[in-house]
Write a new protein. Structure first.
Length: 595
């Protein structure tokens, strides 16, 4: 039952948030109900006061006539027995006489009288017990008084009555009370309230219909604009609003149509320009391949005979081959970018172990790491991670990430880590360096074409400036994600997350993008060299850092060091940095721990 009410509440909330017309109608009804309720209460109070005032005025007239009649009947009475008889005669002489006959404008009434006889004994006639004691006290003080009360009579009537009491100037100690039932007044008020309630309901229904009709005239053009804008966003650039009349809605439709026409023209022009640009890039790349092949053949021939050339010419031949390699890579990247831009890039999906792609990428950049003096820290799972991927594209992404990390590592280790999660249907590869890092906001710019954080910085890998742009396109083609993180002076981290199976939706990445924070612990032994693995182990034990969330601290799967890494005699990788990813500890070839 609770779930049903919750579901109904969510459905109503959804309709309330999406319907402007419903909100306007409900708001109008709410305000109208408040106004009608206030007016109804005020009118009911005013009418009730007027009815009671008229009833009281008529009752006073009846009291004057009844008092005269009673005084005439009781004049000259001396003994107690005669007073009691005359008191009953006076009661019967009144128009109502307890018979509930009409008493004029005030309506029917009952009479009750009381007086003190000569022997100081109280005499009464009529239902004197229905008169409140407080009212009698005022009358005994020679005041004409009235009071509204609820009484019950012998005929079974129970309801509100008006009791009017008056002393007698002719007969001392005489008290006369007239009891007027308010049945007619209550009936009139009930009829009035019912009429006002029905009228209020009818008025609310009419107001709701009017509000719905008025808001419909405003909402329909807005809905039409939203519907056409949605179609326009889907690529139906010929959609336009219907213009009717010359009012505000018509001007809105005309302005919308003018905007749509302008956007359609600009989009068409941009599409034509983009197609022309892609065609130009593709054509130029293809056309340059033929002369490049010729130049490549000549350069290879010259480079093959470099031993017979002058040292300066031999050096020139080597530079020529290097730049031709870079130029050929640029042409290949331009062709690949043009395929992505044209939407014709296709995946050659295979079900294979993703670790093979990582190992192939590591093997490709190993010579670059060796030349740069950068240690590659490899942390791959022991068990195979089978995923449906395009191995050529995944290897290219990892190769670009590793080459980029080596370029910016400042000679410090570069970590590549891989983890999979079958429940999340995801495999993640993180490439992390401890180099120059990124400024705030640059984690989005790194994927722009030809973007460089520091244009004056030399590229060791000879990149073209399109590697990360192609990488993010390859990740999107796999329905995965390529993300970047960086902090100036700390390093940068790139995470590639791909689905294990293309038939299922990818969940959360198994690896964190940011490295765990490490607190620098200062001690008096910090200046002393650490000569053996035991010292390093002690330092690690003192560190307050929690377990590595990426799983690098798994004893069954320690990070492996690339076989071509620099010797253990090289200075520590984080020397002078003061901070860096705590999970970048490596094992040298001798097995000793190194920071």
């Amino acid at each position: 039952m609770v779930a049903w009410f919750k579901s109904v509440g969510e459905s109503l909330g959804h309709v309330w948030r999406r319907s402007l017309q419903l909100r306007v109608v409900v708001s109008t009804l709410t305000l109208s109900l408040i106004v009608i309720t206030i007016l109804g209460l005020v009118l009911t109070g005013q009418i009730t006061d007027r009815l009671l005032e008229a009833k009281t005025a008529a009752a006073l007239e009846e009291m004057n006539r009844a008092r005269s009649t009673v005084e005439n009947q009781l004049s000259g009475v001396h003994d107690a027995s005669t007073q009691a008889v005359r008191l009953q005669d006076a009661l019967r002489a009144l128009p109502s006489g307890g018979s509930s006959q009409s008493g004029g404008a005030a309506g029917s009434y009952e009479t009750a009288m009381a007086m003190v006889g000569d022997n100081q004994q109280e005499l009464s006639a009529g239902p004197i017990q229905e008169v409140p004691a407080e009212l009698r006290r005022f009358v005994q003080q020679n005041q004409i008084s009235q009071q509204f009360a609820t009484v019950s009579d012998s005929e079974g009537y129970r309801g509100r009555v008006l009791i009017l009491g008056s002393p007698s100037a002719e007969v001392p100690t005489l008290e006369i009370y007239l009891i007027f039932p308010l049945t007619n007044e209550q009936r009139s008020l009930g009829l009035m309230r019912g009429t006002m309630l029905i009228g209020g309901i009818v008025l609310l229904v009419l107001l709701a219909a009017i509000a719905a009709l008025v808001t419909r005239q405003v909402v329909l053009p807005i809905r039409s604009a939203a519907r056409i804008a949605s179609r326009f966003a889907d690529g139906r650039l010929k959609e336009r609003m219907l213009v009717r009349g010359e009012d505000d809605m018509a001007r809105l439709a005309m302005s919308f149509n003018e905007m749509a026409e302008s956007l359609s023209t600009q989009i068409t022009q941009l599409e034509e320009f983009g197609n022309l640009q892609r065609r130009f890039t593709s054509d130029v790349s293809h056309e340059l391949r033929t002369p490049l092949t010729t130049v490549r053949m000549a350069a290879d021939l010259i480079h093959g005979s470099s031993d017979e050339l002058d040292p300066a010419l031999a050096r020139s031949a080597e530079l020529l081959v290097t730049e031709l390699d870079r130029f050929e890579g640029l042409l290949n990247d331009l062709l690949e970018i043009s395929r992505h831009d044209a939407g014709v890039a296709e995946l050659q999906v295979e079900s294979l172990d993703v670790r093979m792609c990582a190992r192939a990428a590591i093997s490709t950049v190993r010579h670059l790491a060796k030349e740069s003096g950068v240690e590659l820290v490899v942390d791959l799972p022991e068990e195979p991670l089978v995923a449906e991927v395009d191995p050529r594209r995944v290897e290219r992404v990892l190769r670009n990430l590793l080459a980029n990390a080596i370029d910016h590592s400042e000679g410090k280790p570069v970590l590549i880590r891989m983890r999979g999660d079958a429940d999340a249907n995801a495999v993640a590869i993180v490439v992390r360096d401890q180099g120059v890092g990124l400024r705030p906001g640059e984690e989005k710019l790194v994927f722009n074409r030809f973007w460089r954080s520091d244009p004056s910085r030399m590229r060791r890998s000879g990149g073209t400036g399109l590697g990360l742009s192609i990488s993010v396109e390859d990740a999107n083609l796999h329905e995965g994600k390529l993300e970047a993180w960086g902090e100036l002076g700390v390093g940068a981290s790139f995470r590639l997350t791909l689905p294990l199976s293309r038939a299922r939706k990818m969940g959360q990445s198994p690896l964190s993008l940011e490295p765990p924070k490490r607190r620098v612990v200062q001690s008096v032994e910090s200046a002393a060299p650490q000569s053996d693995s035991a010292d390093t182990a002690d330092g690690d034990a003192e560190s307050p850092e929690p377990a590595d969330p990426d799983g690098a601290g798994d004893a069954s799967n320690p990070p492996a060091t690339d076989g071509n890494s620099p010797s253990s005699s090289r200075p520590p990788s984080d020397a002078g940095n003061g901070a860096g990813p705590a999970d970048d500890s490596v094992l040298s070839d001798s097995g000793d721990a190194k920071p």
